[in-house]
Design a protein around this ligand. Sequence first.
Ligand SMILES: *Cc1c(COP(=O)(O)O)cnc(C)c1O
Length: 307
Amino acid sequence: MLDDALTWQPTAPLHPLDLPWLRQAGVQVAVLRLDLIDPLISGNKWFKLIGHLQAAAAQDAAGVISLGGAHSNHLHALAAAGKRFGFATVGLLRGHEQLTPTVQDLQDFGMQLHWLGYGGYRQRHQADFWGPWQARYPQFQPVAEGGGGAAGLIGCAQLLPMVTGQLAGLGWEDYHGWWLAAGTGTTLAGLVRAEAGAHRVFGALAVPDDHGVAGNVAGLLQAPGSGYELLDASRGGFAKADARLLAFIRDSEQQSGMPLEALYTGKALLALHQAVMAGRFASGTRLLFVHTGGLQGKRASVSVSGT
Ligand SMILES: *Cc1c(COP(=O)(O)O)cnc(C)c1O
């Protein structure tokens, strides 16, 4: 039931990241491994779901209905949580029916799937979009794409106490800031609000500038631009992978033993590499890198574009 989901309090380990370019620059990085909170419910998507599940439970919802693509980390986490805690889930999918490893899991987890095509999916922001679905699934709580919106922010504040409890174990008294991949910027906004200016939050944008992330973050925080910084890490487009990125991911995985994927975490670490090489952080700087998960999507092959 939804109530059982809300009593679950996963915690993620904080691991030092050992890479030659960090050592050379004297920059210390510890990774909050959200990919390790659970074998199935992985990454930042669980924390973005918490506020939505709270709203669903408060309304005695019969289940949760949401939308995403055929590789969606969000739908994957939602379906896995539904199976684990015994609440019904419905997924509205972009495009035409196809079987990806993600879609196979969604089916196995018992999520009810509907394929909207591309045109149908594009209408998701229109006022009358949810009406027919709510008629079909009465009392199901609708959740925005990716688990975003104001409710998505709430659970992301949990990342802060998770880290403060583990700093002593690293021999750290404090840290200078956070570094994480941003798609909608919801997770980043949750951290910025939790930090309340105490530490800076750097968001490595996995999507190009024109996706409106800056506006989304400012809207979520109801205050523009303080306590955080957004940097372009998209490398030409969301889900675009070039040879340089793939080689960097391969090398980093070998050197650190930490798995990465090419959509979010790999791009965020490469953007950090570029910032460190550009001398952005003085020797002695301590940063928290959030591993936001997404590894389930790695099972589908990535197409390489450009160089
Ligand atoms: C969704 C996702 C993000 C982006 O999270 P936002 O809150 O939308 O910024 C980052 N990393 C991974 C692995 C994700 O699945």
